[in-house]
Design a protein around this ligand. Structure first.
Ligand code: ADP
Length: 434
């Protein structure tokens, strides 16, 4: 190889079809770390990397055989020390002296490779960025889809809310109308109540006046009957005396009835005054006992009473006496012979009230009647009541009186066993009384 070719700034090699190198220039030998002599006789594949060899066998060599030339083929050469050297090659296959040889020029592409590497890296980065962008785009599309769904849902909810609002508005309008109606009715009721109260006051007033008016002639009837019975107006026969006795008994009954009606009317009209004192319960009870004890004995009833010592109530003495007499008279009326009537007065466990209980072992009151016996004119058994000469007003008056003194009157009873009436009155705290 001439000196000019030897020192060309590119590698030159000639090899035969069997790959054996016949000639190489200095530039190539230096590039690959050999001496030119060492290259001669070497197989050209020795100068290639594994990848380069494969490329040579599958592409370069077939191309040379087919077309007689190959241009701008990139080959990875192998330096003697094992390192790679990239080179661009042009090759022609020619016949020289009757033998096919290939002349090959190899141009090192260090700079170009560097750029290619960078390009590759940049491309990879770009591809990476592109993939990231695609992923992000997908994410955004997903988010967008989600947002669209949510927006749709929100729209639906808004429609629902609008419907509910309309419904609520309709209901509130209905309620407003109902409310107006209620206000109007409550005003009507208030008026009706005032009218009823007025009527009740008028009724009580009427009863009070009538009772008073009736008492005067009734007292006269009683007085004259007594005078006749005493013989003031001449001799009286036994039959007449008996008739007069009936007149007097009826007159007394009527008078009692009228007195009670008058009493109730006064209470209802709120015209009763209460004189509240500190009452020693033992004294009050002792004061009514003589009024009932003889009749108890007559009726063959055992009577007894007990009072907790020092027990005092804040109440009106006359009214408490009236209530107790009424309860005791009832016990007397409704307890058959050989029964028992007892009174006991105790301080309630809370210390706030005094309980005076009147018990009997009488006929009792059916449970369903127990609540109504405190209503005016109520008698459980009219046959029995008539026989017992009642008015049905005693308990109504007694409970009104008890309540008028800030107390109450209640009943417990069992048919055939007996009844207990409890009068509750405000207690005077121990040590309060003077
Ligand atoms: P009356 O004048 O008829 O006794 P009251 O209002 O005092 O009126 O009593 C109403 C009714 O309650 C009585 O007619 C009677 O049926 C019933 N009653 C009251 N006390 C007793 C009692 N101790 N035992 C049974 N029944 C009673």
């Amino acid at each position: 190889m001439n000196a000019q070719v030897s020192s060309l700034p590119c590698g030159v090699v000639t090899f035969m079809d069997d790959g054996v190198i016949v000639e190489a220039n200095d530039t190539l030998a230096q590039l690959l770390g050999y001496a030119v002599d060492e290259l001669r006789g070497l197989h050209v594949e020795r100068l290639l990397t594994v990848a380069g060899r494969i490329f040579y066998q599958t592409h370069l060599f077939p191309m040379l055989r087919l077309h007689g030339r190959a241009e701008e083929i990139f080959l990875l050469l192998r330096h003697r020390d094992g390192s790679d050297i990239g080179a661009l090659s042009n090759a022609v296959r020619v016949e020289r002296n009757g033998v096919h040889v290939t002349d090959c020029v190899l141009l090192q592409v260090r700079e170009r490779r560097k750029y290619e590497d960078e390009l590759l890296r940049a491309r990879r980065e770009a591809e990476g960025a592109n993939a990231a962008l695609a992923a992000r785009t997908r994410e955004l599309e997903d988010t967008n889809g989600l947002l669209t769904t949510q927006a749709h849902e929100l729209e639906q909810q808004q429609i629902q809310l609008e419907e509910q609002t309309t419904e609520l508005e309709a209901q509130s309008e209905e309620l407003r109308v109902i409310n107006e109606d209620l206000v109007a009715r409550s005003e009507e009721l208030e008026q009706a109540r005032e009218i009823a109260e007025e009527a009740n006051r008028a009724k009580s007033q009427f009863l009070a006046t009538m009772s008073h008016e009736l008492r005067t002639p009734l007292n006269a009837i009683g007085g004259y009957a007594e005078l006749i019975a005493l013989g003031i107006h001449g001799p009286v026969t036994a039959a007449q005396l008996e008739a007069l006795d009936r007149v007097t008994r009826s007159q007394r009954h009527l008078l009692r009835l009228i007195n009670e009606v008058l009493n109730l009317a006064r209470i209802e009209a709120g015209r009763l005054d209460y004189r509240v004192d500190t009452l020693r319960m033992d004294e009050v009870i002792a004061s009514v006992v003589p009024m009932v004890e003889p009749q108890m004995a007559n009726a063959h009833l055992t009577f007894s009473y007990t009072v907790e010592s020092g027990l005092e109530a804040a109440a009106d003495r006359d009214k408490v006496q009236q209530v107790l007499i009424n309860l005791l008279t009832n016990a007397l009326k409704f307890t058959p012979a050989d029964g028992c009537v007892t009174v006991d007065a105790v301080r309630a466990p809370d210390g706030q009230s005094v309980h005076t209980r009147v018990r009997d072992t009488g006929i009792g009151i059916p449970a369903e009647k127990l609540a109504s016996i405190f209503d005016p004119f109520v008698q459980v058994d009219s046959r029995h009541a008539r026989q017992a000469e009642g008015s049905g007003l005693g308990l109504a008056i007694s409970r009104d009186l008890a309540r008028g003194m800030h107390g109450d009157l209640t009943a417990e009873s069992e048919v055939g066993v007996g009844s207990t009436f409890t009068l509750r009155l405000p207690a005077v705290a121990l040590g309060d009384s003077s």
